[in-house]
Design a binder for this molecule. Structure first.
Ligand code: NOJ
Length: 598
């Protein structure tokens, strides 16, 4: 038997994690794997070139076969789609482009029938400028909803509308000022993302109550939790101080709107108002750019009743310099130091979420692996390294078949507002257009948003129409049909990795210890629980290198659980290019020390 096929038995799809609650008293999401769907790009059922809910429903058996426990849906609510749905104009409806509430209920039922839970994207730092709340707020300075958003007059002594008259110097995440001037009322409103995404004023308790009511409405409909968009930005310093200007016109406002003074209070209130008295157990994960591990421990401490886990950003910011477009080489040592620090920091209290990518990040195999010479091996390695950490792993659609970054030829090939705004601003500031495009090819969010590659038919089987974003031309080689047919594919490897979390409590609950932190090429760690230890070793390079871990001989002689190459029994820990292995052995525990008499 090939050792890369060694595996324990597969658990029934999806439902195993849910059962764990009853069995061991731990929340079900601690042994769950989440699959993120970006609905625009997943499966189009009606030929309009945009993915939809019925398309997703047609793929639920695929998700069940993969073995995931939860689906997180990126936004499907009505939206002008300025930021692909992260600009919501009605929180309690479905955008017609994605379908109807009836389609939604059908999808939810189809997932639940297969033991898969559904988590919705909750985008409440901001709404769309077409949301009725904002339309009212904008209609006059004395409208009762004026104070639902952040409205301010011009900077003292300056004329409204002039450059520099913005109430603060904060830069928006999508380039330019974070304030938009409203000609009618001669005031500005705050938008830390696009000018069509005005920030809600959480200081106002009516805003908070409206959000909680909307969350209860979705839970009543049967959903299983929320992924909360930039939730650490909802509390702002009401003094709105200027930020530090590092270069160019605009300042850094993040110290005044990230992790703001009332954030813990709001999250505790949300938990009390929405979840505390509800039967069942829900998953809440907060997206938190800039969060530190010390803060995350507070957010995810169950005793504080705020969130179950957060998405931190430190490991996906290691390959950037001054900004995300200043692409720097990634050093494995830094990656290990960062992820190791998060593992240690949340070991006793709190919980980690684990991810390499999502709809905002480049494809993981192109960024952390080698998508030219070792695509299959490095994709399997990345799955192993991520999923064997302690925490809840997130699979982004297409990871499980090793989808890669796309070959964007010119600015016209990009759709994403962040990428396009950056290009315009950078070129206007005198940067060389080819250099700007070069960075965008590495980092643009559109890399993750090209349509899902289902088969080798036209448009990869994603749509019968014209896809809203071109399909990656490599779809003839990289697609689901091919992967499902091939027992050695990345897809089947993912199934094994996911199943391990369900079948082996060490994977879900074991302690984590980083090994050889200074090794530049090998990522190695152990997990341990109740006298059983797992060793994970992974060679992040294209040369053969030893995994020089403590007790190397004993590990080599132990049980091989998973590997991405065939391995001879008892083989030494010499790792071939992009090779990874997982070993398992019993470790003798020291006898308990006699009771002290003093
Ligand atoms: C984070 C989301 O993941 C991203 O896609 C979006 O553009 C911003 N928040 C604004 O909602």
């Amino acid at each position: 038997m090939r050792c890369d096929e060694v595996m324990t038995t597969t658990s029934p799809h999806g439902s195993s994690a849910a059962r764990a609650t009853a069995a061991n008293g731990r929340p079900w999401w601690r042994s769950a794997v989440v699959y993120q769907i970006y609905p625009r790009s997943f499966a189009d059922s009606n030929g309009d070139g945009i993915g939809d809910l019925t398309g997703i429903t047609s793929k639920v058996d695929y998700l069940a076969e993969l073995g995931v426990d939860v689906v997180w849906l990126s936004p499907i609510y009505p939206s002008p789609q300025d930021d692909n749905g992260y600009d919501i104009s009605n929180y309690q409806e479905i955008d017609p482009v994605f379908g109807t509430l009836a389609d939604f209920d059908e999808l939810l039922a189809a997932l639940h029938d297969r033991g898969i839970k559904l988590v919705m994207d909750l985008v409440v730092n901001h709404t769309s400028d077409e949301h009725p709340w904002f339309i009212e707020s904008r209609s006059s300075t004395d409208n009762p909803k004026r104070n639902w958003y952040w409205w301010r007059g011009p900077r003292e002594g300056m004329r409204a509308g002039d450059l520099g008259a913005e109430p603060t110097n904060w830069q928006s995440f999508f380039s330019g000022s974070a304030w938009e001037f409203d000609e009618e009322s001669r005031e500005y409103y705050l938008h830390i993302f696009s000018r069509r995404q005005p920030d809600l004023n959480w200081e106002n308790s009516e805003v908070r109550q409206a959000v909680y009511a909307m969350m209860r409405w979705w839970l009543d409909r049967g959903i299983d939790g929320f992924r909360m968009d930039v939730i650490n930005m909802i509390s702002k310093d009401p003094a709105l101080p200027d930020g530090l200007v590092r270069s160019g016109l605009w300042g850094d406002g993040t110290p005044f709107f990230v992790g703001g003074p009332r954030l813990h209070e709001y999250l505790q209130e949300m938990h009390r108002e929405v979840l505390a008295d509800r039967d069942g157990q829900f998953l809440t994960v907060g997206e938190m750019p800039f969060v530190t591990v010390e803060q995350a421990r507070l957010f995810t401490d169950p005793a504080r009743a705020e969130l179950d886990m957060v998405f931190q950003f430190e490991h996906v910011w290691l390959d950037r310099g001054a900004s995300k477009w200043d692409v720097q080489p990634l050093r494995l040592r830094d990656l290990k130091a960062t992820l190791g620090r998060w593992q240690a920091g949340l070991a006793e209290v709190g919980w980690n979420s684990l991810y390499w990518n999502n709809h905002d990040q480049p494809r993981s195999v192109s960024r952390f692996g080698d998508d030219h010479n070792y695509r299959v091996l490095s994709a399997k390695l990345l799955a192993t390294v991520l999923h064997l950490h302690r925490g809840t792993p997130y699979v982004y659609q297409g990871d499980e078949i090793g989808m890669t970054n796309a070959p964007f030829a010119s600015i016209d090939d990009f759709d994403d507002i962040e990428s396009r705004n950056h290009y315009t601003a950078a070129v206007a500031a005198g940067e060389d257009p080819d250099t700007v495009l070069g960075a965008m090819r590495h980092m643009s969010r559109d890399n993750a948003r090209t349509p899902m590659q289902w088969d080798d038919s036209p448009n990869a089987g994603f749509t019968t129409g014209t896809p809203w974003l071109p399909v990656n031309p490599n779809y003839r080689q990289i697609n689901v049909a091919e992967a499902v047919d091939d027992p050695n594919s990345i897809f089947h490897y993912f199934r094994r990795v996911i199943a391990l979390r369900h079948t082996d409590p060490v994977v879900a609950y074991g302690d984590f210890t980083m090994l050889i932190p200074d090794d530049e090429l090998v990522y190695a760690y152990t997990r341990a629980l109740d006298g059983v230890s797992l060793l994970v070793v992974a060679n992040f390079s294209d040369t053969t290198v030893p995994a020089d871990v403590p007790e190397r001989g004993a590990w080599a002689a132990s049980q091989l659980v998973l590997a991405n190459y065939p391995v001879d029994a008892g083989a030494d820990l010499e790792l071939r290019p992009w090779e990874c292995r997982v070993y398992r052995r019993m470790v003798l525990r020291r006898p308990a020390s006699p009771a002290r008499s003093d």
